[in-house]
Design a protein around this ligand. Sequence first.
Ligand code: SAM
Length: 194
Amino acid sequence: MPLNEHLRRVEIRKAALRDALESCLHGVERVVLELGCGHGHWLTDYAAERADAFCLGIDVIGDRIDRATRKAQRAGLANARFLKAEASELLEMLPEGVTFESVFVLFPDPWPKKRHWKNRLFNASFLGALAKRCASGSRLYFRTDHDGYFAWAEEAAETLADWKVAKDGDWPFERETVFQSKADSFQSLILERV
Ligand SMILES: C[S@@+](CC[C@H](N)C(=O)[O-])C[C@H]1O[C@@H](n2cnc3c(N)ncnc32)[C@H](O)[C@@H]1O
């Protein structure tokens, strides 16, 4: 595809995301966000427990978002919404005034090969952008079954000016995700917005 056609499509996609976010977050200022929510099992269960919180799950795969949406509708949850979106584009298109109370990144794609590490979601540049939409005290919950990704995330976390590692942190809601149910073991890291 020629570059200008690619860029045109990106702009159309981002404009559609902006519209979807404005309609979905109308009147909402504080959001619990799950990045890479898959079929939405975890977030629908979380939203059912947290009637006081508005929960947004995003994933780049549309079928997963459709299934997650049906799941939330079947459960009658007015406080859970799912959108097809890429994480960096979500931050770019998020309406003014919306901040994240908590952000969950559960079993993100590990990108095990070194040449693909740049694709990892939990990276310093993304976390810097995310921090701009998080108030002091907001928490970022990261969990993975990939030892290499966990070590990499811990190392990245030490370099961040906007986040500190919450060593005393409790995991706020234990429910197996689809990928967690297949994992032999996993590790968790909690960061707090400074
Ligand atoms: C390994 S799966 C984990 C799904 C779920 N969190 C779980 O634990 O079962 C990772 C998910 O992240 C989504 N994903 C990957 N990169 C993403 C990105 N940049 N923005 C949003 N979603 C992304 C993938 O489509 C996939 O559904």
